[in-house]
Design a protein around this ligand. Structure first.
Ligand code: SAM
Ligand code: SF4
Length: 335
């Protein structure tokens, strides 16, 4: 496989989007994502920033146009901005269209200026509640004020923000319309996400799961939701809320399959390339990366990985008492 060959899987989907988890650690412990006393990887297992750069660069050379840095919480990775600044050379050269990140926003105020300078134009901020006590309960951290400061700082720096909120039964169910109004009132799109059964958590997943089909139906009883044709190649379906003028996305991995147009893969912070968020299939890139100072082996492994990308995930609706569909947490794969 040549180093410049584009990445096409066996179903003809061109892979041009890579999510990169730069750490599995986090400064929050969201109840649907992590257990309260998480065991994180030994730091020695992590790819170095240089290694992350090498793999990302290999993907850019294979036609990847979108890189999203995530985690865990990307902004807790030491010297994170060194990686961002290094990768921004691909924006300057035009090889990369977009360098972006998904963050919980807690440390965003510190980073907003630097991110904007490095060419980051939009980011996703995860925010599940605007109520201080509820936010603290869901995330196990009393940090709402810092997230809101981070959002303000990013806007000030000229970065566009999309809010991601996981829809939680007995969690933020009642707040969702207010959150949509708030986001749209501040010029931000918002996407609601169904919980996915990834990794052990203390709570019963079936107690948390809220069907977005039901949420949407309820919203349609007081709002006009007009379908938009926007498809980012991602799993979200978008509508325009006519009353607020803003865009609202729904990510429904359990109630709708979104795999037919999937053009993404995920790199874990230890160099494992996950071919699908909802399947165990993965390819190790760390060994070929470390085996040789040039990138031939790495490119060969990336090329071979494409043939293993499955057609679709096989999440099932959560059943009370069932083990998670996958043992790994979203924070490992990179959400
Ligand atoms: N820490 C950053 C954040 O929260 O934005 C980035 C990583 S986090 C794993 C990425 C996204 O995954 C967040 O929007 C989070 O709400 C979502 N997420 C985490 N666990 C999830 C789960 N089990 N089901 C659905 N979404 C989940
Ligand atoms: Fe941390 Fe993001 Fe997971 Fe919450 S969703 S625990 S912020 S990685």
């Amino acid at each position: 496989m040549s180093q410049g060959a584009p990445l096409v899987d066996s179903f003809g989907r061109t892979i041009d989007y890579v999510r990169v988890s730069v750490t599995d650690r986090c400064n929050l412990r969201c109840t649907y994502c992590m257990s309260e006393h998480m065991t994180f990887m030994p730091k020695s297992n992590l790819l170095s920033l240089d290694e992350l750069d090498r793999i990302c660069t290999a993907f850019v050379h294979r036609g990847v146009k979108h890189l999203r840095l995530t985690g865990g919480e990307p902004l807790v990775r030491r010297d994170f901005m060194t990686l961002v600044r290094a990768l921004s050379r691909h924006l300057t050269s035009g090889a990369l269209e977009e360098l972006t990140l998904t963050t919980n926003g807690v440390r965003l105020a510190e980073f907003a200026g630097g991110l904007a300078e490095a060419g980051v134009k939009r980011i996703n901020v995860s925010l599940d509640s605007l109520d201080r006590a509820n936010f603290a309960r869901i995330t196990r951290g009393d940090e709402l004020h810092r997230v809101l400061d981070g959002i303000a700082a990013a806007k000030e720096a000229g970065i566009r923000i999309k809010i991601n909120a996981v829809a939680l039964k007995n969690g933020n169910e009642k707040e969702l319309p207010e959150m949509v109004r708030w986001a749209h009132g501040h010029g931000m799109d918002i996407t609601l996400i169904e919980t996915m059964p990834l990794g052990f958590i203390e709570e019963e997943r079936s107690d948390q799961f809220l069907s977005l089909t039901d949420v949407r139906r309820e919203m349609e009883s007081y709002w006009t939701l007009s379908d938009l044709s926007d498809r980012t190649g991602g799993p979200a379906r978008y509508v325009r809320v006519e009353e607020t003028g803003g865009k609202l996305g729904f990510i429904t991995p359990l109630t709708h399959n979104f795999c037919d147009t999937c053009q993404r893969v995920r790199l874990s912070c230890t160099g494992t390339l996950h071919m699908c968020l909802g399947q165990e299939i993965s390819v190790d890139l760390r060994a070929p990366l470390r085996a040789s100072p040039d990138d031939d082996l790495l490119h060969a492994a990336i090329g071979q990985a494409m043939a293993t990308k499955p057609k679709a995930h096989d999440f099932l609706l959560p059943v009370s008492g069932a083990a998670p569909a996958l043992s790994r947490h979203m924070s490992v794969t990179g959400g």
